[in-house]
Design a protein around this ligand. Sequence first.
Ligand SMILES: [Zn+2]
Length: 282
Amino acid sequence: MTVNWEIRMSRISSTNIGSIKVTSLRDGELVLPVEALLNLNEEDAKEIKDNTENTLSYTNVNAFLIQNGDRNLLVDAGCRELFGPTCGFVQDALAEAGVLIEQVTDIYLTHLHPDHIGGTLNADGSAVFSNAQMHITNKEHKFWSKENFDAVEVNGADWAGLAQAVVNAYKDRLNLLAEGKEIMAGVSTVAIPGHTPGHSGFRVDSEDDSLIHLGDILHIQNLQLIDPNVSTVFDIDHDTALVSRKRVLDMVSNDKNLCTSGHWLSPKFGHIERFGAGYAIN
Ligand SMILES: [Zn+2]
């Protein structure tokens, strides 16, 4: 029997940004298949294909809990069972952080991909978070609300169907945001287009501290920091996503911002620095 050692580890990690507490919630972990990766060098492609124990394409799925005063903001909600048995533990992570489902006051979705929104719905399609207002950027909401998606597996009709089901389940308490706008005191969206049209991270500013969430500019940290040209089939607009990835990595390494991201491994909070031709997290 294979035992995944991370399952027994804590799912949470916290940091304080001024008076705001930010906790990463590890929904689960996955190894991406070579078919999901683009612009790999031959050696890495061979390693991922031939070595089933490889860690090059290992990734985590992270949600976040941001607590400020009486607000408990959940950022993204994990996969539920949509990507298999190693993911779907966001509720366990919330419990570990001491927050009940009904105590979540707000949900912000960085974008409407299934690994970020699956956990907002029960298997019967009803809303998990019965007391939460849901925040989505206008642009992201508009994109997934279209009717004419092709029947392709990634970014097609199935994924749009799930996005529309989530929007529908929360339609009475949906707040559509302009990009860059405040979600709640001290927390704002940050537009990072390309991965999806309205794909956004967030920033937290309190007292003299700040944190920037880089959204999904990195899915496979072990490969994309060394070579930011490596990408995945999940980016809807590859060229724009690549420009965004390079621009944001450049910006946060110049500005020395504390960062986190939707698919980072541990540690969940760190600084991105230039390293060789690419970057490293310290
Ligand atoms: Zn994602």
